[in-house]
Design a protein around this ligand. Sequence first.
Ligand SMILES: Cc1cc2nc3c(=O)[nH]c(=O)nc-3n(C[C@H](O)[C@H](O)[C@H](O)COP(=O)(O)OP(=O)(O)OC[C@H]3O[C@@H](n4cnc5c(N)ncnc54)[C@H](O)[C@@H]3O)c2cc1C
Ligand code: SF4
Ligand code: SF4
Length: 783
Amino acid sequence: MLKKLQEKLETVLASSDLPTRRPALKAHNESNVPGLYIIGDLAGAPVIKLAMAQGFEVIEHIAAEPDAQANNSGVYDLVIVGAGAAGLNAALAAKGKGLRALVLEKSKVANTIEDFPEGKWVYAEPDASPPKGKLWLDGARKEDLLRRWHQVVDENQLDVRAEEGLKSLTKQSDGTFFVVSDKAEYRARRVILATGQRGNPRKLGVPGEDRESVYHRLYSPRHYKNEDIVVVGGGNSAVEAALLLAGQNRVRLSYRGSEFSRIFKDNERKLNQAVAEKRVQLILNSNVQEFGERTVTIEIDRGGHQETITVPCDHAFVLVGAELPVKFLKSLGIHLENEWTGNFLRAAALTLAILAGLWFVGGHAHVAGRALDFMPRWAGALVAASSLAALVWLGTRGDRYCWLAISFLVCYTIYGVKVGESAEFWPFHGWGYTALSVFNRPWSFWYSVLYTLLVTAFGLQALKRWGLDRKDKFQVWRYISLMSFQWAVFLIPEFLFQWAIKYRWVGERLAADPTFADQSWRAYGLIYAWPLFFFTFFNDPHIIWIIWGIALTFVIIPLLVLWHGKRYCSWICGCGGLAETFGDRWRHLAPKGRTSIKWEWMNLAVLVAVVVVTGAVLFKDVAGFLRAPAGWGLDGYHLIVDVWLVGILPVTLYPFLGGKVWCRYWCPLAKLMQLFSKAYTKLGWSRFEIHANEKCIVCTECSRNCQVGIDVMNFALKQESITNANSSCIGCGICVSVCPMDTLSFGSGSGRRQLVQMQPAPASPPHPSARRKSATAEQSLLT
Ligand SMILES: Cc1cc2nc3c(=O)[nH]c(=O)nc-3n(C[C@H](O)[C@H](O)[C@H](O)COP(=O)(O)OP(=O)(O)OC[C@H]3O[C@@H](n4cnc5c(N)ncnc54)[C@H](O)[C@@H]3O)c2cc1C
Ligand code: SF4
Ligand code: SF4
């Protein structure tokens, strides 16, 4: 039962892993093993130019370290594993910096590119940024590019050992690495892993897949003539392989889905045509069971009823993508992102021990009115401190539940105390608020200070990451906006409002009116709209607040949504603000996949609850029977939504499910805006959408970085616009910023007019337009 609970929890917490799992990396691409760096495709660089950039940058960092050189002739400064774009460019940069580097390559130099289909045009995207480092790169035929790279390797006398793969790595007590290859052993000060992912094609794992007639890549389609061929897969590479082979063979395409939802529009059109002309036979909803001598057995799901067929097959191509080489990485001691290892129960027990210890520290440990004075305060402090130390120690040893527990303890304390003096949660009841109300200021004030400082400090970091480093004005303004609104939300109620009353800036009458002057907290409602700011219309508000509350929720927000969709969440709101700043580093952990989207129904439930409770509170004086339910509703909503769903749970989950759990799953205002935006889109009035051109290379960067878990790439591939009728997009623009191909841009629903040019316009394309036209077929072999 408990094991099942832990498994369930892990399924939810690891849901971000679905499409884009990567090794866990720190600054400068260093892995959890100090001195071991990971670059290129393996670290998420989707194209050659970006893989090269990582190779160049990692050497800039390493060369600047005081111990960059080994000072021992038996020890290399660097062993670089993998002679692809990233590894070769790193080796060239290392040479330039005077570092002694050895490159191990398990196959041929630039083996991934060697494996491209004959004559393939290699693109040098993204156009806008020049290549970094000495490795040559321009749009070229694969054969020409390889010729240039071999020339560069020779001219620079790089020490590349081809046909010599890495076998194992051991970190030694003197800090060096003991590197074992197929052929020899080496010692190195640092190791850079640039092995890519392409050498690890995903397999079906069915009998007969290791036969000679079953391949996991298509190299030379023109070699196959008048044969029975089965292609397996639903991505662009499978569809294109089927199309390339269809000209002179009998081709069947088996795919487990009911439709091809991740392929380019042009491929979809060509496939439909080939199917209509009977050049390709589609076998949808199907799973290969076995590859036989000259046959393939396939099971087809016909609406719940399974049927097994056997089709003739001289050659089969299983093209179902590449996999992260998890086993290989683990064997090197490398941690992966979001790995749920550890023991949930142990972490829960330590959490309870800390809270129990704090109970005694507070001196309020009572059961049934009897003081538990058998444990002095110092002993409570010892229990709490040692349990916390155990959590941290276990956490550093890979128990992720311990970090979850620490995150929970911090948030539970902050919000559990903030519920108010003598209303604090156990174990802080009766002492927590006073203890945290330092320097003559209440804890609620220090909470606002802390919140504002977090938004500012991490906002500046995010502004640099997304705005300044990428020269992206949209992101610069967005982060300035978020930080400014947070400062306004802090300064207005805490200072400006009170000064406005004290110095009579609002006029004598208002300043003397207690329903206005004594309720500075209502100034939060200047920016936070009902139903997010739940108390807008409660507790005897001054008419000014009622008018402003109605105008904000029912006039200003709907107008904003008309032009900007749900950008309130990513430009203005403090909840979104903390998620976009403090939560930014974990944005890739947002839950993804269909199930995670289905769960978004929860914010409709919260919206309904808010409407019901607001109605009950407003009408309780005219309908007496509503009085009691209104009271329960208010208390219940405050506890469940205001404390747990806004505060404790989502912030606890920042490092595990990204920053947008509240905004995406529970915020009633987000849902209200979604409903407005959806209606505008359906009526054709909305001015908000993201559209895509045909340049997507299926790198997954956009989907990976979407804080609300939208599969942006899927929209991009189909060149289908993202709106609030088909997604919960909040218009943060990060997908547009990360796309290496400038595929995505904001536009207006009606005229497809470009509203914001997110990146500087790319220089004129380097390839002749004729080449560009043939792009789709070649480019899409990336999948
Ligand atoms: C079909 C296809 C078409 C593509 N077209 C383009 C394009 O047009 N433009 C573009 O920019 N990008 C394109 N890409 C993407 C591009 O290939 C990658 O972004 C790029 O190759 C990544 O470089 P890398 O150095 O990180 O990895 P790789 O180029 O994959 O290099 C990794 C190297 O490490 C070696 N290696 C693996 N394991 C070991 C080991 N244990 N020991 C030693 N060596 C090892 C491999 O043999 C390989 O040579 C395409 C990819 C594919 C699959
Ligand atoms: S789809 Fe893009 S703009 Fe919309 S929320 Fe996701 S990352 Fe932000
Ligand atoms: S649209 Fe997304 S998947 Fe396609 S190239 Fe851009 S970032 Fe990569």
